[in-house]
Design a protein around this ligand. Structure first.
Ligand code: ATP
Ligand code: MG
Length: 313
């Protein structure tokens, strides 16, 4: 039985030359097994940091507090030796930066086969067959040829699909997919979406899908969490959140889509920068005076879920 991933009070900040940088701010949420959970939010909102924290893959300048229950274990506190056994086998990662994630001096086929055999106890031939199958699924018409090549011989879009294959190679119960369609054209985006859906239905792989691609999120996800400045400001069923956004920030994200008029979220209003209220207050087009004085809690969201905005108090 694949356990849920339960994050409690996660905060992450980084030491930098310019001082501390906060990335995730007291975030609590439960990702339910058996679902595809989307995480959206503008650049820098903390999506990748939250995802990488689960596998403890943040650099050592990151300070992480909180708890992450995964069955009986706490992912943030368990011995690293044990956590390494979960990586790839229980929780796979499709990382955001594919170029940096592929080994430059190991043939593609061997990298994927290693992901398959590391936890699976399959023979080399079985691993090679599964590698070819995965590559074919991800749109490589000639998997044998690709398997014999190196990462530098691949285009950006090919690397993107290769890291997806790599993240799924060990057939993990969970996968954290960080921008799996980034940089792909419409045809390949649709293909990756189909493969993820297939893997979800055939292998019951639970997924955390981090994406800017709201069409992908709508097609694939059961639920959505919307991140702003390291906090979840809205969560609920994927279609409902994307079609009927309640938080002004979510409305801004979905309104910035080409089909919806492309209205960008306004930059901060300098008059509103000094405040103790809602983090979105300086940019909110619907803010009222009290929004700048107190932080909203999580209120029940019409349509289900939660929303962190006083309009729903
Ligand atoms: N290694 C690091 N050192 C310092 N700050 C970092 C580091 N990694 C992330 N951050 C900061 O943490 C915050 C959250 O970053 P994160 O990468 O999670 O954003 P994101 O939501 O994934 O954005 P994107 O959509 O661009 O991928 C940002 O302010 C970022 O600058
Ligand atoms: Mg990211």
């Amino acid at each position: 039985m694949v356990p849920d991933i339960e994050i409690r009070g996660l905060s992450v900040w980084f030491e930098t030359a310019q001082g501390p940088v906060a990335a995730v701010d007291d975030l609590s949420t439960t990702f339910r097994a058996g679902r595809i959970s989307g995480v959206i939010g503008e650049s820098g909102s903390g999506k990748s940091v939250m995802g990488l924290s689960l596998l403890r893959l943040l650099p050592n300048t990151a300070h992480v507090t909180g708890e992450c229950r995964f069955g009986k274990a706490d992912l943030y506190a368990m011995p690293l030796r044990e956590l390494r056994r979960l990586r790839g086998a229980s929780i796979g990662l499709i990382p955001q930066n594919p170029g940096a994630s592929l080994d430059p001096v190991m043939k593609i086929g061997r990298q994927i086969a290693e992901g398959i055999t590391a936890h699976g106890g399959l023979s080399r031939r079985e691993a090679a067959e599964r590698t070819a199958g995965l590559l074919r699924q991800f749109g490589f018409a000639d998997p044998e040829k690709i398997a014999g090549q190196y990462a530098f011989q691949m285009s950006g879009g090919m690397c993107q699909r290769l890291v997806s294959a790599l993240g799924l190679a060990g057939r993990p119960g969970w996968v954290v997919a960080d921008e799996p369609t980034k940089g792909l054209d419409a045809v390949l985006r649709s293909q990756v979406c189909t493969v993820l859906r297939q893997i979800y239905t055939e292998h019951h792989t639970s997924m955390i899908l981090v994406t800017h691609d709201l069409y992908l999120a709508r097609r694939l996800c059961d639920d959505i969490r919307v991140l702003y400045m390291g906090q979840i400001v809205e969560q609920g069923g994927a279609v409902d959140v994307l079609d009927h956004p309640r938080h002004p920030y979510t409305a801004g994200l979905t309104g910035a889509l080409p089909g919806r008029g492309m209205v960008p979220i306004p930059p901060p209003d300098p008059e509103r920068l000094d405040h103790r209220g809602c983090p979105f207050y300086p940019r909110c087009s619907r803010a009222e005076a009290h929004c700048g004085r107190a932080r909203p809690g999580d209120f029940d969201r019409p349509g289900g879920g939660k929303v962190r905005c006083f309009r729903y108090a």
